[in-house]
Design a protein around this ligand. Structure first.
Ligand code: MN
Length: 299
């Protein structure tokens, strides 16, 4: 193994994953890397603070790795078993097995950025760009504190970061960050639905749930028929029992759920009347906390 240590986040990188790799690598003198192309939101945040996009990890074989913002093998680099893992910093549930004792730091907070900001307060307080990156990641993962995953720690850390980064209005900055990815009007509907999409096995049935976040739900309503065509078509072609697309309006704080599948299951899951194509659920922001468990229960 070489002496270089690479810091890497999960596949389909989001802003928290990329920023956490960059910041931790900078503080420790390691090399930040990514797995897959960054999204528009991450590009906006890196650009704002003049930080270059990290290179691709490539094969993990023979490399020393720090895993940030994930610890599950399915989200980690391929050939993980041929790499040496030196440390993990994360805010997800632990699903990790390793033959050697290593440093693992997991906290139940809204972002990995929150953990890094707390652990390296000294370093971050002297570096405007690092603070700005972490704030962008924190606001992204917590959906500007609106996600039920948000903690008081996240809010406290965000104010400190904003001060260092010279950002007067945290909320406005958060909306700028979210807006950069939210423009769906010029994208093929397939890309909109599949950009953040996860497959689940609910009682032996294949269920797919995609999510997008917008600042104006009308952008989604304008494309409702395209969304429905895509869901119905994909359900048949790919053998899904149910397909759900969660379109979250981060300003109105709720989501329109489009679906292809059994209406009665959705009505039971959310205890409400559901239309033939979709239903609006007030306060629904998180797939992980507010959609997956209640749908899973119906199978
Ligand atoms: Mn995260």
């Amino acid at each position: 193994m070489g002496d270089d240590v690479y810091v890497v986040g999960h596949k389909s990188p989001d802003t928290d994953t990329v920023v956490s790799a960059i910041v931790y690598a900078k503080i420790k003198g390691y090399i930040p890397v990514i797995q897959g192309a960054i999204n528009e939101e991450t590009a906006f945040v890196l650009d704002k603070f003049g930080v270059p996009v990290p290179g691709e990890l490539g094969s993990a074989e023979g490399k020393k790795l720090v895993l940030v913002d994930h610890n599950e093998a399915t989200q980690a680099p391929d050939n993980l078993d041929k790499a040496e893992i030196v440390e993990i910093i994360d805010h997800h549930k632990m699903n990790f097995n390793y033959p050697d004792p290593i440093a693992i730091h997991i906290e139940p907070v809204g972002s990995t950025a929150t953990i890094l900001a707390k652990l390296y307060q000294d370093e971050v307080s002297k570096d405007k760009a690092l603070a700005g990156l972490l704030l962008g990641a924190l606001l992204s993962d917590t959906v500007i504190f609106k996600s039920p995953t948000t903690t008081e720690e996240d809010k406290r850390v965000a104010s400190q970061l904003a001060e260092v980064a010279g950002i007067a209005d945290i909320e406005a900055f958060g909306i700028d960050v979210k807006k950069s990815k939210a423009n769906i009007s010029d994208k093929p509907i397939k890309d909109v639905v599949l950009a953040d999409f996860k497959d689940f096995d609910f009682g032996g049935k294949k269920v797919g749930i995609g999510q997008t976040e917008v600042v104006d739900i009308n952008d989604v309503y304008n494309r409702a028929s395209e969304i429905m065509d895509f869901l119905k078509d994909t359900k048949t072609k790919e053998g899904y029992e149910m397909l759900i697309f969660v379109a979250t309006d981060i300003i109105k704080e709720g989501s329109e759920l489009y679906y292809a599948g059994d209406k009665a299951k959705l009505e039971a899951a959310f205890n409400t009347t559901v239309g033939d194509d979709s239903v609006w659920i007030d306060g629904l922001m998180s797939r992980k906390k507010q959609v997956v468990p209640v749908i899973d229960k119906q199978f």
